[in-house]
Design a protein around this ligand. Structure first.
Ligand code: FE
Ligand code: FE
Ligand code: FE
Length: 164
C-alpha cells in the first residue's frame, strides 16, 4: 500500500525533467559525434538525429506546458555516464578502423535509454488521460526507434565489417 502522497503525475513530471536533461545532453553529444565519425554517412545520420532531437526538446516543452509547469531539467546521471563512456571509446578508437563501430554502439546505448524513457512516459500519459501528450511522446518514441534501426543497419552493412 502507498504510504506517501506521491502520485503518478509526480512520477511523470520527475521523469519528464530527467528526459529533458537527457535530450539537452544528447544534442551536444551528437554534435561531437558528428565531428568524430569517420564515415560521411554516419556523420550525416548523427547530424539528422541532432536536428530531430531539437524538435524532441520542443515537444517536451509542450508537455510541460500542458501540465502547467515550467520546463526544468533534473540532471540525468545515466545519460552523463553514457556520454562519458562514448567520449572515452571515441578517444580510444580514434584513427582506427573500429571507430565507427564504436560510435554506433555508443549511440545505440543512448537510443535504448530514450526508448525506455519515452515508453514509460507515454504509458503514464495514457493512464493520466493526457491524450495530446501521448501523441507528442509517441512521435518522439518512433523517431528514437527509427534511429536505432538505422544505426543497426549501418553497423551491419559497413561499420562492423570495416572494424573486423
Ligand atoms: Fe531523443
Ligand atoms: Fe535519467
Ligand atoms: Fe535519440
Amino acid at each position: 500500500m502507498a504510504t506517501t502522497e506521491k502520485t503518478l503525475a509526480d512520477l511523470f513530471l520527475e521523469n519528464l525533467k530527467d528526459t529533458y536533461s537527457a535530450e539537452k545532453q544528447i544534442v551536444r553529444a551528437l554534435s561531437k559525434m558528428t565531428k568524430a565519425a569517420a564515415s560521411r554517412e554516419l556523420a550525416q545520420a548523427f547530424e539528422t538525429h541532432r536536428g530531430e532531437t531539437e524538435t524532441q526538446i520542443e515537444r517536451l516543452e509542450q508537455v510541460f506546458e500542458m501540465m502547467g509547469k515550467a520546463a526544468r531539467t533534473k540532471t540525468c546521471q545515466a545519460m552523463q555516464g553514457l556520454i562519458e563512456e562514448a567520449n572515452e571509446v571515441a578517444q580510444e578508437f580514434k584513427g582506427s578502423g573500429a571507430l565507427d563501430a564504436a560510435l554506433v554502439a555508443a549511440a545505440q546505448e543512448v537510443e535504448h535509454y530514450e526508448i525506455a524513457r519515452y515508453g514509460s512516459l507515454k504509458s503514464w500519459a495514457q493512464e493520466l488521460g493526457m491524450d495530446d501528450a501521448v501523441k507528442l511522446l509517441d512521435q518522439t518514441l518512433e523517431e528514437e526507434k527509427k534511429t536505432d534501426k538505422l544505426l543497426t543497419k549501418f553497423a551491419e552493412k559497413q561499420a562492423n565489417r570495416e572494424a573486423a
